[in-house]
Design a protein around this ligand. Structure first.
Ligand SMILES: [Zn+2]
Length: 103
């Protein structure tokens, strides 16, 4: 089991926005990087609540929901791929596809 291994949290285009960690009380937290894909030790802060995070590289946003990673872990254990889960997240956020919101 490697549940406590740090997981990188990425925008829909794959830029690293932060990393997921667990607090001492086992709450999932997002350690937010100052710059997407930037140095992992240059962080803005730690988020516990739901937040909309905008990628500083591509401008797409993603909503941090505590527990989302846990749900994904569970789906993976149930035999579903991460890619499938990601696709469902994208469909939910952009029913017409990511290109539809480009200006
Ligand atoms: Zn991005």
């Amino acid at each position: 089991m490697d549940q406590d291994k740090p997981q990188v949290w990425r925008c829909p285009n794959g830029h690293a926005l932060g990393r997921v960690q667990r607090s001492s009380s086992r709450i999932r937290q997002l350690v937010l990087f100052r710059h997407a894909d930037g140095p992992e030790d240059d962080v803005i802060g730690t988020l516990e609540g739901t937040s909309e995070i905008v990628c500083s590289v591509c401008g797409y946003s993603r909503t941090w929901v505590p527990g989302e990673e846990a749900i994904r872990d569970l789906l993976i254990k149930m035999g579903r791929s991460v890619a499938l889960v990601e696709d469902e997240v994208k469909k939910e956020r952009w029913p017409d596809g990511p290109a539809a919101i480009e200006v």
